[in-house]
Ligand binder design. Structure first.
Ligand SMILES: [Zn+2]
Length: 113
């Protein structure tokens, strides 16, 4: 094999790898888009008011932007919302709920504070 033939073969392999990488990137981008949409749709509830006009996908309760926020930021916002919710319930004397108090008594013999 001449030097030119070896270079042409290498260029062909690199083009094939680049094409496969592009296909993979497109595949995972499509998967990401679909999973974000499914997460957005599953997130809505009586507590979480969704806004989905004009391609937007946000929660007006915990301020998640399902289009722009990373998975880590989404997780952090959900955790922060749940912590605020528990703090509010504790301040109202509603946390832990009775079923958790009963379960804790059965498991440990203690009552939750
Ligand atoms: Zn929310």
């Amino acid at each position: 094999m001449t030097k030119n033939e070896a270079q042409q073969k290498l260029i062909g392999l690199l083009r094939k790898d680049a094409c496969e990488a592009t296909t993979l990137v497109k595949h995972y981008a499509d998967e990401n888009e679909k999973l974000r949409h499914m997460l957005f749709m599953a997130h809505g509830s009586e507590e979480h008011y969704l806004y989905g006009d004009d391609g937007e996908r946000t929660c007006n309760t915990c301020w998640i932007d399902f289009n722009a926020d990373s998975a880590e930021v989404i997780e952090r916002k959900i955790f922060a919302y749940n912590m605020r919710k528990i703090a509010k319930l504790q301040s109202e004397g509603k946390w832990p709920p009775e079923f958790l108090r009963q379960a804790n008594v059965k498991i440990t013999g203690d009552t939750l504070t």
